[in-house]
Ligand binder design. Structure first.
Ligand code: MRU
Length: 364
């Protein structure tokens, strides 16, 4: 099932009143679409990672916002605005680290407020177009990131990636996996090591699945095998996505990413972060300002096992993300080019270009 853009993971449902997502928790064994109609279903889908990956969460949230607005089309503007404000806040609280969630919801809210002089049905239609625009921009963004990212690689390179930053986590191509799909289209070959990514196994369930389906040579490894494949000389670059980038380049991404970066530095392997400018949050000066999502111990102990793998009484610590220090990052690849240290300067420049683009000006 695809939409007008040819993408398949986040779509509008029946009569454009609901959001359809591929339930990513069921992959790779079952490809099943979930229809999100109510606010609670939308919140749960994001919280339970049925839709996940920072850009995909943003796209889904934008469509959810539109559908919630559509359900209130008959209401007077004042009430419409008030209820939309409350529902937006609730949706925004579903996951704290991926900034694309609040970025997309804020953008939808700004669109509503900028058009409040119009009738509610007119505003609802404008919101639909805005959500589609966010998705369309995401496709273009992934393409640009893929091109810039590919320029950093050589045919035949071994690549290590952590978590999943492919088409399922975005719209098309993906961010960290984008250069690999684009390279494949151009006849290049890479050998990819996909970290399984404990505890939720995004690398095993999603990355190895997407790469294999795309005809890319992939080997699945446990997270604790990254060092040996690097030591063996099998990895020429690490490519990862991102959930929030601070002004100084410190980057939050899936738990375990910072360990990969430390290993890469040890073995002299370039470590690249790939993500859209919407993931750069200049209100966070450093990684210390990034809120890290904490999740349940059930994810570590039992979620993917037939029986619990630890005693009930044993405590768990389950942060969903960690922050990679900017000193460990060789470059941050955005849709506006490759940012290098000092990141305060290069990221601010990328953000400036994206702001110009949103205001409708031409940006190279
Ligand atoms: O908890 P998840 O699966 O949403 O975490 C996803 C990641 O950490 C990705 O690397 C990141 O969102 C970038 S996706 C293009």
């Amino acid at each position: 099932m695809t939409n007008e853009f040819g993408t398949e993971n986040v779509l509008l449902g029946k009569e454009e009143k609901s959001v359809l997502i591929i339930d990513q928790t069921k992959l790779p064994n079952v490809t099943e679409y979930l229809e999100l109609e109510t606010l609670k279903q939308m919140y749960d889908a994001i919280f339970e990672l049925k839709v996940r990956g920072a850009p995909a969460i943003g796209i889904c949230a934008a469509y959810c916002y539109y559908c919630l607005a559509k359900a209130k089309e008959e209401k007077p503007m004042e009430l419409f605005e008030k209820e939309m404000g409350e529902e937006k806040e609730y949706l925004n609280s579903s996951r704290p680290t991926a900034v694309n969630l609040s970025w997309a919801l804020n953008r939808m809210e700004r669109t509503l407020l900028a058009n409040r002089e119009k009738s509610v049905p007119e505003v609802v239609e404008i919101l639909k177009q805005e959500a589609k625009k966010i998705q369309r921009e995401d496709i273009e963004m992934c393409r640009k990131i893929s091109e810039y990212g590919l320029s950093l690689l050589k045919d035949g390179d071994g690549i290590l990636t952590h978590c999943n930053a492919g088409p399922l986590a975005t719209s098309k191509y993906g961010t960290a996996l984008g250069p690999l799909f684009l390279g494949k289209e151009k006849g290049m070959n890479f050998h990819v090591f996909a970290d399984e990514t404990r505890p939720l196994l995004q690398g095993a369930r999603l990355t190895s699945y997407e790469l294999h389906k795309g005809g890319i040579d992939v080997t699945l490894i446990c997270d604790n095998m990254a060092s040996i494949v690097m030591k063996n000389g099998w990895v020429q670059a690490c490519l990862v996505g991102c959930d929030r980038i601070a002004e100084n380049g410190d980057t939050a991404n899936k738990i375990g990413t910072s360990g990969v970066a430390i290993l890469a530095k040890h073995y002299g392997i370039p470590f690249y972060v790939l993500g859209p400018t919407s993931t750069i949050d200049l209100t966070c000066k450093t990684g210390d300002d990034i809120v890290i999502e904490q999740r349940s111990m059930e994810e570590i102990k039992s979620k993917f096992y037939k029986e619990p793998m630890a005693l009930d009484e044993v405590k768990c610590y389950n942060p969903a993300f960690d922050v990679t220090d900017h000193n460990l990052i060789s470059a941050i690849v955005t849709e506006y080019g490759i940012c290098r240290a000092p990141y305060e300067v290069s990221l601010a420049e990328a953000k400036r270009k994206s702001a110009l683009q949103i205001d409708g000006n031409v940006v190279q």
